[in-house]
Write a new protein. Structure first.
Length: 468
């Protein structure tokens, strides 16, 4: 019983109950309406039939007098399902007819009887009542003629129609209740499963997901939306944990070195040497500030706080300006910067973030592919693809092994374990966050798949077609 009350408290079940109640009211109204209309239709047919009988009997009286009238009424009275035929005197005494007795006072009226009256047949045994309506007219000699029709047939029809409709209503109501209970119970079970999963999630197990039945109904849509949200929360929590671990690992060393340099600078008496030490401290501080600014930017992008700054931008112009800006940097590193930019490409996005992402990719490509032995080249391409718009930056450096490509997208992860090159390990993480904000993807592949020594790395920013 307790589960029934819990079931009845759900909104879906309450709405179903209200619909069933409304259906029952409409069905009951329909039953009485159909019954009343059927009874009215039969009554009208009966009155028309009786009126025709009266006309024919009056014609027989006019044509042949009482003899023809009696023969006509006797012949019609013997037919199956005959009407009521009576001849009574001026005082109401029955003189002839196929009815044994009628309700007192009936012959006092003329024309149609105001209300149905009761009568008894010759074949009735005991007290058996019948009702009828009749038309009464008076002959020239004062005799009264009653021609009527029994109401048993329309009454039986009315009862039959009402019973049929009531049975149909009962069957439909019972079926509706069974369906309502079955659907409501199934919905309650699904809600219980969702509640159990929610309790595990609140207990800290973010790997739990709400059940999806596959029917595509509102519960499935809600579960899919919440599961996407949980996946996002789990990813953010995992990123936060990694950031905490990496901050403790990667920032502890430069902070310790910065503190030691500051302590050593206090003991230096030579002004030039002290100035050089202080400049080194400032350089270390700037690097730390850049690291924290990158972390702050990633957090802002992942939180979506800059999503409202989306606007139509010309991506072709942004890529061209970025390539032009980095050409001197590539020349200084002994490399060539080639660009193939399809003109007129526009998207809905954030100009500053996309520009920052392009700068990060160009900086990484030049930094990790340039060396003194073999200075390669960097290529920037912007083109349309069937699945969207692709912006790729390709280099000919050592590349990234396929099994480490997911790792380099994590924060503070660097393949250069010796940290011989400057950087924070946050560049690709920021680019990935920017692409997620724009609904795109970040793809990593080899520039020259057949070159085992220097396969290079191609990083592609793929924007969805809906942004174009």
């Amino acid at each position: 019983m307790s589960r029934f009350w819990v079931l009845f408290k759900s909104t879906a079940v309450r709405l179903s109950a209200l619909y069933i109640l409304l259906f029952a009211i409409c069905a009951a109204t329909l039953v009485f309406y159909v019954t009343a209309m059927s009874e009215r239709l039969l009554s009208g047919q009966i009155r028309d039939a009786v009126a025709q009988e009266v006309t024919q009997v009056q014609r027989a009286y006019d044509a042949g007098g009482m003899n023809l009238l009696l023969r006509t009424m006797e012949r019609r009275a013997r037919q199956p399902g005959a009407n009521l035929y009576l001849i009574a005197g001026p005082s109401g005494d029955i003189l002839a007819g196929n009815v044994a007795s009628v309700q007192p006072g009936v012959f006092e009226e003329q024309g149609w009887t105001s209300v149905p009256f009761s009568y008894q047949r010759y074949t009735d045994s005991g007290v058996v009542g019948h009702t009828a309506i009749a038309n009464i007219f008076v002959l020239d000699n004062g005799l009264r003629v009653l021609i009527g029709r029994d109401l048993g047939e329309p009454e039986r029809f009315r009862v039959l129609v009402r019973q049929a409709l009531m049975i149909a209503l009962a069957i439909m109501g019972l079926g509706a209740i069974i369906i309502w209970f079955g659907i409501g119970r199934n919905a309650l079970k699904r809600i219980d499963r969702m509640s159990d999963a929610g309790k595990k999630i609140m207990a800290g197990d973010l790997s739990q997901r709400l059940p999806v039945g596959g029917s595509g109904d509102e519960f499935d849509r809600l579960s899919v939306s919440l599961n996407n949200m949980l996946e996002r929360i789990e990813k953010l929590n995992e990123g936060l944990r990694q950031v905490s671990d990496n901050i403790a690992h990667d920032l502890k060393t430069p902070l310790t070195r910065l503190r030691n340099k500051a302590a050593d600078a206090l003991d230096i008496e030579d002004g030039e040497v002290r100035r050089s030490a202080l400049e080194g401290i400032i350089s270390e501080s700037d690097q730390l500030i850049r690291t924290f600014n990158a972390l702050l930017m990633i957090s802002r992008v992942e939180a979506g706080s800059v999503a409202a700054e989306m606007s139509p931008i010309e991506l072709s112009a942004i890529v061209a300006d970025s390539a032009e800006l980095y050409e001197p940097v590539a020349d200084e590193a002994g490399m060539a910067l080639n660009s193939e930019i399809e003109p007129g490409i526009e998207i809905q996005g954030n100009r500053e973030l996309i520009g920052q992402a392009i700068f990060n990719l160009l900086d990484n490509a030049i930094k990790y592919s340039a060396d003194t032995e073999c200075a390669g080249s960097v290529s920037v391409k912007l083109r349309r693809r069937p699945d969207g718009i692709c912006l790729s930056v390709a280099d000919h450096g050592p590349g990234v092994p396929p099994d480490r490509r997911e790792d380099v997208l994590k924060r503070f992860v660097r393949l250069d374990e010796s940290r011989s090159k400057p950087g924070t390990g946050l560049g690709l993480s920021l680019v990935e966050a920017i692409m997620e904000l724009h609904g795109g993807t970040l793809e990593l592949s080899d520039t020259e798949p057949g070159n085992a020594e220097r396969p290079g790395l191609t990083v592609s920013m793929v924007f969805p077609a809906r942004l174009a």
